[in-house]
Structure formats: C-alpha cells, structure tokens
Design a protein around this ligand. Structure first.
Ligand code: FAD
Ligand code: UDP
Length: 361
C-alpha cells in the first residue's frame, strides 16, 4: 500500500492536515506514539466519570472566524469564558491584573480606567528596549506587581528568571485598566461540547485515514511507502539531535477527586508564591460544564524531564532551533508543523489556522 502522506502526530497539527488532505482524496497514514488522538488537547473521563484534560487545562479561544468555522464542522460548542484567580498571602486576586486586582491588593477604590492608568503610570519603571519577560511587565506596572504575580510563578514554570525569557512569555498576559476579569478577550470563546477527543474522532473518521497508535514513526519508516511527510513531533528528534537537544519544559500532574460539588472559586487558581511548588490547580468541571456531585482537580508541577510540552523561548534556544530549521528547509518532501516541530509556543487556534493556510480550508 502506498500512502500519499505519512503524518506523524495526531494533535491539532496532524489531525487538521490529515482531515484536509483526506477530504481531497489523498491516502493518509497517521502515526501516533501515544495510545490516543488529540495530542496535548486529549480529554477523557476518569474512573470517577469526570471529564478531564489529561495534559492540563485547554481552553479554546480565537479571533479567527475561519478557524472557528472550520472546527465547527466537527463539534458543537459550549459558551465558556475562562477566569483565573491568583493566590497570594492567602487571598485570591483576579488575573490578568485589572482594576479589581489593584483595589483589593492596595485597598484602593479606583472606579475609572483613567485612575488605573494614572496608577500604573506612577508605579511603572520605563524599560527600553523591551528585551525579556521582566522588562515587559515592569515597564507596564512596576516592580511590586511584577514580583507579586510574575516573578515566582515564572521561575516555577520555566526554572529560569523572567529576565532570561523572551518577552512573549509573560507578554501573553495582558494588563487591564478596566475590571474585565476574563483570561481572554477573543471574539470566540467556546469549549467543544462533547470534549476535544470527540471532536478529533469526527475529524479523523474518514475512509482515507488510517491511524496506528503506540508507534514511533522511526520504527516503521522502512516498512512503508509514502509520497510526502508531515512531521509534528520534536524537530531535534527528527534530526537525531545532531546539533544537540532543544530544551522543552515538561509537566507532572497530581490528580485528586474530591467528594464535593466544588473545590475552588475558579477554574484555575495560580499559585504565584515560591510555595507551594505547584504552579496552578485546575478544577475541570468549570471548563467542561459537567454537573456532578464530585469534582476532579489537578495540581500542576513543571519539570525538566518527561513528555515535551513547552518550547522554552530563550535566545540560545532560538539559535539552536534555527540550526534545525535550516536543515528542515532543505527537505522538500517534509513539512514541519506545530508546537514541537516549529519550536513555537503556539495556542491551538494558531496551529489550526496555520494548517488551514498550508493545506486549504
Ligand atoms: P501536540 O498536541 O503536542 O501533538 C503532537 C503529537 O505528536 C503528540 O500526540 C505526540 O505524541 C506525537 N508525536 C511526537 N513525536 C512522535 C513520534 N516520534 N512518532 C509518533 N508520534 C509522535 N492552547 C490553547 O489554545 N489554549 C489553552 O488553554 C492551552 N493550554 C495548554 C496547556 C498546556 C499544559 C499545554 C502543554 C499546552 C496548552 N495549549 C493551549 C497549547 C496546545 O496544547 C497546542 O497548541 C497544541 O496541542 C498544538 O498541537 P500540535 O499538534 O502542534 O502538538
Ligand atoms: N504568568 C505568571 N503569573 C501568572 C500567570 C502567568 O507569571 O499568574 C506568566 C508565566 O511565566 C507563564 C506565562 O505568564 O508561563 C504565560 O501564562 P499562561 O497562563 O498563558 O501559560 P500557559 O497556560 O500557556 O501555561
């Protein structure tokens, strides 16, 4: 059997490519190292019947109507706006930092955007140029708020000082002058109604798509014939680490199911102090809307070893990645796509958008 495409990895990048190409008559072999589809967005019911995200909380949000319409072919949606609280000195504060955060933290009674703007202006420390993840925050809101909400969380998450990380990392979190406490402000904020895995099942349920699980693509390369490859695994692994290993940050989850309806005040609580060692606790029922008299949470610990989850955006890593990228560009028959293959801190919608651009919508 000759396949038109060998696709490595059944996450968003691999699944969108497979669906798009199969719909135009291409024969696809999709190879996945894990035992399931969905990549890091995979969700499943645990032994207590609670729908959880096995690899950490995934909240869908996008400004792209194209991406939203495309995924809507495979799922209905549940309206969901994500909210996060930060735990500091035993109290809970809304994150991103907004008017409510400032009023609660400093005992103020600001009521307008203008007052908050003036407050930020009075505490900010001008930094120019913005070179790293400390500069970008301190430049907007000063050292005290940076130290309270960003410094230690970032250290725990990346095992690096914010100064060592690209401004794009903490720059993901906006600073607000109003009291909007939503984590995202995108136009489309929804969760797949039956979960991500069901959505992936519908995408990949096509006669032209064959999937093999529990298989590293390198173990079958010599046994199959194919035209082109779409690779969505780690780029350094593809090239047998010839320039050295690209660092990825991994995670460990501690799961608990508690016999009560609700555990905490928001879907996610960020622990922004050095202790405890975990970065955040997620309570999944908020995300999925599931009704149940018990609830499951995960405590998230960041670590160096294990499955690659996050590319680490530092200057050195970018340099190393560019060496791999140059090699990748020489291979005209292989597309390198997605978070691991492009070594980019992409959200789900960005990955989908990129795949639609390459493989048609
Ligand atoms: P992946 O989902 O990582 O898929 C790659 C697949 O390739 C994996 O299934 C892997 O097993 C497989 N693979 C790797 N190597 C091989 C090999 N050698 N052979 C066979 N298969 C292989 N994005 C959002 O938009 N919103 C969020 O709230 C959000 N939260 C996140 C939370 C966490 C903890 C993490 C880690 C990420 C989060 N993301 C979120 C990002 C999101 O997970 C990614 O954008 C998305 O998963 C990228 O899809 P991908 O296909 O590029 O990679
Ligand atoms: N961050 C922080 N404190 C917070 C939330 C985020 O310091 O309360 C920083 C931290 O460095 C984190 C980055 O901002 O890695 C991006 O946060 P986001 O919630 O987007 O992380 P993700 O969900 O991708 O893990």
């Amino acid at each position: 059997m000759k396949y038109d495409y060998l696709i490595v990895g059944a996450g968003f990048a691999g699944a969108v490519a497979a669906e798009r190409l199969a719909s135009r008559g291409n024969k696809i072999l999709l190879v996945e190292k894990r035992s399931h589809i969905g990549g890091n967005a995979y969700d499943e019911y645990n032994e207590h019947g609670v729908l959880i995200h096995k690899y950490g909380p995934h909240i869908f949000h996008t400004n792209s109507k194209k991406v939203f319409d495309y995924l809507s072919r495979f799922t209905e949606w549940r309206f969901y706006e994500h909210r996060v609280l930060a735990k500091l000195n035993g109290k809970l504060y809304p994150i991103p930092i907004n008017r409510t955060t400032i009023n609660k933290l400093y005992g103020k009674n600001f009521t307008t955007d203008k007052e908050i703007e003036e407050f930020y202006e009075s505490v900010r420390e001008k930094r120019h140029p913005i070179l790293n993840s400390e500069d970008i925050i301190v430049n907007q809101i000063g050292i005290d708020l940076f130290e309270k909400f960003f410094k230690f969380y970032t250290k725990k998450q990346w095992n690096l000082e914010p100064k060592e990380l690209s401004p794009a990392v903490t720059g993901r979190i906006p600073v607000r002058t109003n009291s909007d406490d939503r984590y995202f402000t995108d136009k489309f904020q929804f969760m797949p109604k039956d979960g991500y895995t069901k959505m992936f099942e519908r995408m990949l349920n096509h006669k032209n798509i064959e999937i093999i699980f529990n298989t590293d693509y390198k173990n079958i390369l010599n046994d199959i014939e194919f035209g082109k490859m779409i690779y969505t695994g780690p780029v350094d692994y593809f090239f047998d680490y010839k320039f050295g290993r690209l660092p990825y940050r991994s995670l460990k989850f501690e799961w608990e199911t508690i016999e009560q309806e609700k555990y905490q005040e928001a879907a996610v609580v960020n622990y922004v102090e050095p202790e405890p060692k975990y970065t955040r606790i997620t309570e999944y029922k908020y995300l999925t809307g599931q009704k149940k008299n018990l609830t499951t949470i995960s405590k998230e610990y960041s670590r160096q070893t294990g499955d690659p989850f996050y590319p680490i955006p530092t200057k050195e890593n970018k340099k190393l990645y560019l060496q791999y990228k140059r090699e990748a560009e020489k291979l005209k028959n292989v597309y390198f796509c997605g978070r691991l293959a492009e070594y980019k801190y992409y959200n789900m919608d960005v990955v989908v958008g990129k795949m639609l651009k390459i493989f048609g919508s």
